[in-house]
Design a protein. Structure first.
Length: 147
């Protein structure tokens, strides 16, 4: 069951962050302040999907990879703490801050500074998560004998 839940949670987390990232970029570049405020609010609401998905993928990954010593498993183990810290220490606080600023109509220098940091941190997590998805698919293919 864990082998089914883990990739689903990983893809849900990846696609959620990708949706947040692209929605932010499109709204910031092409829409009004009121639309940006709606997007920021929806991202905060979306954290109720993202955070459990990331917790599930982390827990199931640790469970499945506990004794694995192959290069791909070790790479995934090294990436996961950075992904988690980036999310909890940068992305979640940035989402809450940007939502509060946007709701107040305060699109000032600090808003855009944090917005740039959030976009960079989000792109970093997407890259790292994509690498982990790639490695996980290769590990599963090898397990099935398709390597």
């Amino acid at each position: 069951m864990v082998k089914v839940i883990h990739p689903i949670a990983g893809v849900v987390g990846f696609l959620t962050i990708l949706t947040f990232w692209t929605s932010t970029l499109i709204s910031e570049l092409f829409t009004s302040y009121s639309t940006v405020a709606v997007v920021k609010s929806m991202i905060v609401n979306g954290l109720f999907l993202l955070i459990p998905a990331m917790a599930i993928v982390g827990a199931t990954g640790m469970s499945m990879g506990r004794r694995r010593k192959d290069a791909q498993a070790l790479a995934k183990k090294k990436r996961m703490p950075f992904i988690a810290a980036n999310g909890l220490l940068i992305l979640v606080p940035a989402a809450l801050y940007l939502n509060a600023k946007a709701a107040a109509g305060s699109f000032d220098t600090s808003f855009y500074l944090i917005q740039v940091i959030e976009l960079i941190a989000g792109a970093t997590n997407l890259t790292l998560m994509g690498m982990s998805i790639r490695d996980g698919r290769a590990m599963a293919a090898r397990r099935r004998g398709f390597s």
